[in-house]
Write a protein that binds this ligand. Structure first.
Ligand SMILES: Cc1ncc(COP(=O)(O)O)c(C=O)c1O
Length: 360
């Protein structure tokens, strides 16, 4: 079966983890600090605070932005549930803006209308599948209204908007290093920011609110990253540019060589450098295409089958805006096909052939 995602470790990755095991400092320590600095430098921001996963990175970012009980946070419903869950964990409520049907990212016009209508405390955007949101429009709306923007970059390590790295536009940004992400270390995450006091606050928050060894200035959490994960994160970070290049190469082949007119390719905004965490096509006969691919040993996945507000977990939540017609249409048609750095040319050709041999 050609897999959808495949984390790979070479000798350098293995050696880095073994070194930490041998050194004996397995919990947080200098290796975590080094990963934070290297990651922040790659993004082009002042601070990186490593955490245990991308979900808690968003939670911490929201708290740092002053989001609290009863606040409204504007976001997209077309995302992994972690984005919305983090809003709930902060005691706030999500307000959902619709998305652009072709690029899948949040639609600035929908954001503008909601910001005018409601008292939104923060805007939490998602650079979904590796494509940047329209950061010109989002920043204009947010600056005009004086609302902080948090960028959920869980799927967009290395992505750019007009040549500038995502994660540098808002008040802060969050990353996930879950095993299938473009940059992976098993489980892990990062909060990044240029704001000194936000960085200090999050650094304390994720470490039980520590201000000294047994001094606790606030009621915090244990959201720390281990040195084992950071060691792997550091070596994987070095491979990120090549990995993203390979993903873009594969995406270009799919775009040119998967030909059926009933398959709609994901649109790449020409102002954005897409890093293809997912290559997500749209097709009306989605379930039959998926069965056809499975028969030909090509994995595929519906990412995502439901919008956040359509999840049972949110059925009794007091969500304010439950009509996102474009996003609702997308979830019935999307299908992600394999795209990752370890795919061979022969496997890419098999994926293309499998798609081309389907008749709806
Ligand atoms: C868009 C998005 N946000 C947040 C997360 C949460 O990250 P994690 O799984 O590391 O908690 C993920 C990843 O799974 C994601 O895809």
């Amino acid at each position: 079966m050609i897999q959808l995602a495949k984390p790979t470790a070479d000798d350098a990755d293995i050696q880095a983890v073994v070194e930490v095991l041998r050194a004996g400092q397995w919990a947080s320590g200098p290796v975590v600090g080094a990963f934070e600095q290297e990651f922040a430098a790659t993004v082009g921001v002042k601070h990186g605070v490593a955490v245990s996963n991308g979900t808690v990175a968003i939670h911490a970012a929201l708290l740092a932005a002053g989001v609290g009980r009863g606040d409204l946070v504007l976001t997209t419903p077309f995302t992994f549930i972690a984005t919305t869950n983090s809003i709930m964990h902060a005691g706030a409520r999500p307000v959902f803006a619709d998305v652009d049907e072709d690029t899948f990212v949040i639609d600035p016009e929908s954001v503008r209308q909601l910001v005018r209508k409601m008292r939104v405390k923060a805007i939490l955007i998602v650079h979904i599948f590796g494509q940047s949101c329209d950061m010109d429009a989002i920043c204009d709306i947010a600056n005009e209204a004086g609302i902080p923007v948090i960028e959920d970059c869980a799927q967009a390590h290395g992505a750019e908007w007009r040549g500038r790295s995502v994660g540098t536009f808002g008040f802060g940004a969050t990353y996930s290093f879950y095993a299938t992400k473009n940059l992976a270390c098993g489980e892990g995450g990062m909060f990044t920011t240029n704001d000194d006091s936000a960085a200090d606050y999050v650094r304390s928050l994720i470490n039980h609110g520590r201000s000294g060894q047994y001094d606790h200035a606030l009621v915090g959490y244990n959201y720390r990253m281990s040195s084992l994960h950071a060691a792997l994160g550091r070596t994987q970070l070095q491979k990120l540019p090549a990995g993203n290049r390979r993903r873009r190469e594969i995406a270009n082949r799919y775009r040119q060589e998967i030909r059926p007119a009933f398959i709609q390719h994901p649109k790449s905004d020409e102002r954005a450098t897409h890093v293809y965490h997912q290559y997500t096509i749209r097709v009306a006969s989605r379930d039959r295409l998926q069965a056809h691919l499975r028969r030909l040993e090509v994995a595929s996945n519906v990412v995502y089958p439901r919008l956040s507000y359509q999840q049972p977990a949110y059925s009794d939540c007091d969500t304010d805006q439950l009509s996102c017609p474009k996003a609702e249409k997308i979830v019935s048609e999307v299908l992600s096909i394999p795209v990752h750095a370890a795919l061979t040319d022969a496997e890419v050709a098999r994926v293309i052939e499998a798609c081309n041999s389907f008749s709806p």
